[in-house]
Design a protein around this ligand. Structure first.
Ligand code: SF4
Length: 237
């Protein structure tokens, strides 16, 4: 069965001739010139205006973890399945499967892994200033980042509640996603963020936290993983 799948992949997903050898590749004759790969991962992808049409291709395989992260993000975001993974790294196969992008893998997918939304995020203060923050201050940091982002997001004010704080944000007309923050246990400098919405909301929160020097020790959980006391993941998928 697996051999048959790999044979079909080889027949249907012919790599563009300019790809360098390696696990990630762009399928030939696939291009609508979306510009996503060269925008999100320029160290891996180039774009060529050729006699046989315009196309992106892998000019260098990712090596550092953050480069791999960016290529995986490209695969998750792509509208047509131009970018594919032909390697067998179980972590990459798991991550793409959890992100709902398992179809972009040539190898058989790991058994028992399914798409997942990790909408619980634990974070810790990394500075003296942040240790004095309460839950509303954490969310104000996020809200401030969103409002300074381009294109900017729409946000509601941060509201304080008995258990913590919350606000909502949107990047489309009226589709707001709520984010809450509350302290974890008795630790004054550790919080749990929870959000509504899908994996894109998780990625926006992750992008903010990567730029945030006062907060760190980020761990991601699905609701079930959090309730079970699982150790968490470094990324939402
Ligand atoms: S991802 Fe596909 S559509 Fe986008 S630039 Fe590359 S080949 Fe073209």
């Amino acid at each position: 069965m697996h051999a048959l799948k790999e044979k079909r992949m080889a027949e249907h997903n012919v790599p563009h001739p300019k790809n360098v050898a390696g696990d990630f590749y762009v399928v030939d004759q696939c291009c609508t010139a979306c510009g996503v790969p060269t925008h999100l991962a320029p160290e891996t992808f180039s774009f060529v205006n050729g006699r046989h049409g315009d196309h992106c291709y892998v000019h260098r395989q990712p090596t550092r973890p953050e480069e791999v992260d960016r290529v995986l993000r490209v695969i998750r975001c792509q509208e047509i399945e131009c970018i594919r993974y032909r390697g067998a790294d179980p972590v990459i196969l798991r991550r793409l499967t959890e992100a709902g992008a398992g179809d972009a893998c040539d190898a058989p997918l790991p058994a028992g892994i399914h798409p997942v939304v990790r909408n619980h995020t634990s974070i810790e203060a990394q500075s003296l200033d942040a240790r004095a923050w309460a839950s509303p201050s954490v969310l104000e940091r996020f809200r401030h980042w969103l409002m300074g982002h381009s294109p900017s997001y729409r946000t509601t004010p941060v509201m304080t509640s008995a258990s913590g704080a919350s606000f909502s944000f949107s990047w489309t007309e009226n589709s707001f996603h709520e984010v809450t923050a509350k302290p974890v246990g008795d630790a004054p400098s550790r919080w749990l963020l929870q959000h509504s919405g899908n994996i894109t909301v998780s990625e926006i929160i992750e992008e903010w936290l990567e730029s945030e020097c006062d907060l760190g020790a980020v761990q991601w959980y699905s609701q079930e993983e959090w309730e079970r006391g699982s150790p968490g993941q470094l990324h939402p998928w």
